[in-house]
Design a protein around this ligand. Structure first.
Ligand code: CP
Length: 302
């Protein structure tokens, strides 16, 4: 999970390190000066609301200074490479770089070529490790598993455009590392059987697994990455793969509905489910700040 001081991937996760980070996030016992004197650079070369704001809030509440950079308004827009940008930021004395990019592998690239701690805030279709930690924190807290974070016996469905999803890849790594069984659900173009190589079941029959699951994580169709290109209509997609009131009634009694956001209401999730009692969407958002506090305190804290 940790590569030196950097958090890049949930592939081959160290479950002990993950549990320790989840414990730190869950305790919420920050002094407020863990990052005093540190500078964190947010390099967001792809749109974000939750991840960008929560990394900023997490760093600031622990005493760090935060500088924000996006493609628009930076010299990236003039053709500067991401590495030149990273070296420029590093030369100014930054301690940690939080990076989001539409290209898979960018966080690793910056980590290899700088001395800064690098926190991957989502790279292409590859990984989004702090989102997976946020989701695990939410599952553990919602289902009473925060004492030990042992997810043995839990079944989690991840439903939708799995193949485009870095959130799904990071969640498979982390949740299976904590002991859960993960089932990937979607039409074959979005959840191909080849994804079984990640160590999970794959099915296109949502209703056959719905009643067995303790948590159901809905994913947005990533139209910007070519997801859903072969869909007949979003209405038909919702009928087969959407979370709605009818499906909610067939879930286990204590099962929760999750979504990493941003949601497309009426497509993968109905508005009434998104805003309903089983939905933990806003708990996920709140947990995002806690997880990013824990990650940055571990990476560069004192
Ligand atoms: N879940 C997530 O990464 O959301 P943002 O794109 O808003 O950061």
């Amino acid at each position: 999970m940790w590569t030196g001081r950097s958090l890049l991937t949930m592939d081959g996760v160290d479950s002990g390190a993950a549990r320790s980070l989840l414990d730190a996030a869950h305790r919420e016992s920050w002094r407020g000066d863990e990052l005093a004197g540190k500078v964190v650079a947010n390099l967001f070369f792809e749109d974000s609301t939750r991840t960008r704001v929560s990394f900023s809030m997490a760093a600031q509440t622990l005493g760090a200074k935060v500088v924000d950079l996006t493609s628009k308004g930076s010299s990236v827009a003039k053709g500067e490479t991401l590495l030149d940008t990273a070296w420029t930021i590093e030369a100014m004395g930054v301690d940690a770089i939080v990076v989001r990019s539409g290209d898979s592998g960018v966080a690793e690239l910056i980590d290899e070529h700088t001395q800064c701690a690098v926190l991957n805030a989502g790279d292409g279709t590859h990984q989004h490790p702090t989102q997976a930690l946020t989701d695990a924190l939410t599952i553990g807290r919602s289902l009473g598993l925060s004492d030990g974070w042992d997810f043995g016996g839990l079944r989690v469905a991840i439903v939708g455009d799995v193949v485009s999803s870095r959130v799904a890849r990071s969640n498979v790594g982390l949740l299976t590392g904590l002991g859960a069984e993960v089932v990937l659900v979607g039409p074959p173009g979005m959840a191909p059987s080849s994804l079984e190589s990640m160590g999970c079941r794959v099915t296109s029959d949502f209703d056959s697994v719905l009643g067995e699951c303790d948590a159901v994580m809905m994913l947005r169709i990533q139209f910007e990455r070519g997801g859903g290109a072969t869909l007949a209509s979003t209405r038909e997609y919702h009928a087969r793969f959407g979370m709605n009131e009818g499906r909610l009634e067939r879930m286990k009694d204590r099962a929760i509905v999750m979504h990493p956001g941003p949601m497309n209401r009426g497509v993968e999730i109905s508005a009434s489910v998104a805003d309903g009692e089983r939905s933990v969407v806003l708990e996920q958002v709140r947990g995002g700040v806690l997880v990013r506090q824990a990650a940055m305190a571990h990476a560069i804290g004192h």
